[in-house]
Design a protein around this ligand. Structure first.
Ligand code: FES
Ligand code: FES
Length: 215
């Protein structure tokens, strides 16, 4: 869809009727997403601190792009300085991704990009257009089926306040994807970037060790 849009835009031969329909469909989807985003922003007044809020600074240019998020193509308008965490939460409605520090220190915003964990508050959205983004909403199966890591966290009563939990889940799932039989030390290393103000670290490690072999 993204390539289609871009080729339409720069096609020197001009648009065909079919191209126009495709582009109209694309923009319709973008506007619909933007309308939802505008409402969410008004309600929450959020967007993190500083420039990463994604608001349109004077002179900035909005760009229409397609993201691959949790296996779905999502059309969205993003500012050049907009972070992925902002886009996910405030434009795509994926609020499982949390924003704690908004500066790459706490891991609350952890998502996977092509299977590798990143702090989405420190990634510009437009740089991941060609990548697969997986959020905590996308780690389980269809019909709301939980991932083995999530089930084990429930069994172990791992979360306390729960704010850091989505990041812990994503880091745990990424670990088991690349190493189905991790040692306890492997788990600790994998969660090292996920801070927990409630100090529930042992609970999370216990859960992921328990989930290993089930995933
Ligand atoms: S919110 Fe991204 S690392 Fe803290
Ligand atoms: S459970 Fe509260 S911050 Fe981790």
């Amino acid at each position: 869809m993204q390539n289609k849009f871009r080729s339409d835009r720069y096609d020197p031969t001009g648009s065909t009727e079919r191209d126009d329909v495709s582009r109209r469909h694309f923009i319709k989807g973008v506007i619909a997403a933007g309308a939802v985003a505008g409402t969410a922003t008004m309600v929450t007044g959020c967007g993190g601190s500083g420039d990463s809020s994604g608001g349109s600074a004077a002179g900035s240019v909005e760009r229409l792009i397609t993201l691959n998020v949790n296996g779905m193509a999502r059309n969205v308008d993003v500012a050049p300085n907009e972070t992925l965490s902002h886009t996910l939460r405030n434009k795509l409605g994926l609020t499982g991704t949390k924003i704690g520090c908004d500066r790459g220190s706490c891991g609350a915003c952890t998502v996977m990009i092509d299977g590798t964990t990143v702090n989405s508050c420190s990634v510009l959205t437009h740089t991941v257009r060609n990548d697969e983004v997986t959020t905590v909403e996308g780690v389980g199966g269809g019909n709301g089926q939980l991932h083995a890591v999530q089930e084990a966290m429930i069994e172990e009563l791992a979360p306390q306040c729960g704010f850091c939990t989505p990041g812990q889940v994503v880091s745990g799932v990424a670990l088991l994807n690349r190493n189905p039989n991790p040692s306890r030390e492997d788990v600790r290393q994998a969660l090292a970037g996920n801070l927990c103000r409630c100090g529930a670290y042992n609970n999370y490690v216990n859960a992921i060790v328990k989930a290993a072999g089930r995933a």
